[in-house]
Design a protein around this ligand. Structure first.
Ligand SMILES: NC(=O)c1ccc[n+]([C@@H]2O[C@H](COP(=O)([O-])OP(=O)(O)OC[C@H]3O[C@@H](n4cnc5c(N)ncnc54)[C@H](OP(=O)(O)O)[C@@H]3O)[C@@H](O)[C@H]2O)c1
Length: 280
């Protein structure tokens, strides 16, 4: 019987079908791990089964039920999970991927800053388990990417593309991974090689992007959680798509949606676009 099998409620009176909750094991109890704990709280379609922490002494501060397996032993922390959600750090992700493969569990990974070797491990794992990997788990960004792709395909090279992002002053990478993902989507839709047309020159005083380049603009200000704007500009009109994050919870909600979706998938590598637009 699969996890998502519908079971009959015990009540003879109602005989309402009830959905068996999906057991979630979280790797990483940082800001995002705690956001997922909060997002699961009060929902009856998910159950928190375990959390992988580095310091078991600090586990009390998580305020989870005694039955939740909070452990510094990754295998033990995710043992009862149906799906593992990884929001740890890049240095830990290879261990999480190896554990998911060994335990044959679907994996949702939102860790950013992964290197080529870690991405290769995810690719290899996706031959045996289903994996959703996305640097931005927000549902709105997945929709934005789809719309931007469609606009780029339809408008073609007649329109210049500008991608502007604003984040808090603590963010180190620029442009953001999400801005680059949106740029890559534009390039792919226009049959361009992204690396050849990506134009980001914060110090440039005189140089200008060439025709067909995708221009990136970056601003670091205050505690802004994340704003992305993609504009298509011609001599006669400007079309702008915009997305703003107002709370970190957006990524937790998206990760849970991905977890529900992936719990019934066959092995493969997926992103949030697959989760939202799956037609099967
Ligand atoms: N895809 C998305 O939509 C999205 C959204 C937001 C964030 N992110 C990414 O998600 C990741 C987590 O973000 P966050 O804001 O939650 O970060 P965070 O608050 O720094 O939490 C990181 C967690 O990883 C643990 N950790 C650190 N080094 C480790 C190691 N070597 N082995 C095992 N665990 C280790 C930390 O444990 P300690 O508490 O013991 O240090 C902490 O629990 C980052 O990569 C971030 O960029 C992705």
């Amino acid at each position: 019987m699969s996890r998502r099998d519908v079971v009959l409620a015990s009540s003879r009176e109602t005989r309402q079908p009830a959905i068996k909750p999906i057991n979630i094991g979280i790797a990483g109890a940082g800001r995002m791990g705690r956001a997922i704990i909060a997002a699961i709280d009060g929902r009856d379609d998910f159950h928190l089964s375990g959390i992988w922490v580095r310091d078991e002494q600090a586990a009390a501060a998580l305020h989870v039920a005694a039955a939740v397996q909070v452990s510094a032993d990754l295998d033990r922390a995710v043992d009862a999970a149906d799906v593992i959600i990884d929001f740890s750090v890049a240095a830990a992700t290879s261990q999480v991927v190896a554990t998911a493969v060994r335990q044959q569990k679907p994996l949702v990974c939102g860790v950013s800053g992964l290197g080529d070797e870690q991405i290769a491990r995810i690719d290899a794992a996706s031959a045996v388990i289903p994996v959703v990997y996305d640097r931005n788990m927000s549902q709105g960004i997945a929709i934005l990417e789809r719309l931007v792709r469609q606009a780029a395909t339809t408008l073609g090279m007649e329109f210049e593309v500008e991608i502007d992002e604003t984040h808090h002053v603590h963010k180190k990478d620029a442009p953001s991974g999400t801005a680059l993902k949106l740029g890559a989507a534009v390039a792919e839709a226009r049959d361009q090689t992204f690396a050849a047309v990506r134009w980001y020159a914060p110090e440039a005083k005189t140089s200008r992007p060439a025709a067909g380049d995708i221009r990136f603009g970056v601003e670091r200000r205050g505690e802004v959680r994340g704003v992305h704007k993609v504009s298509f500009v011609s001599a006669t009109e400007r079309l702008t798509f915009s997305h703003s994050v107002t709370s970190r919870q957006v990524f937790a909600v998206g990760a849970l949606r991905a977890a529900a979706w992936i719990s019934t998938q066959a092995p493969g590598r997926f992103d949030m676009g697959d989760v939202l637009f799956d037609k099967t």
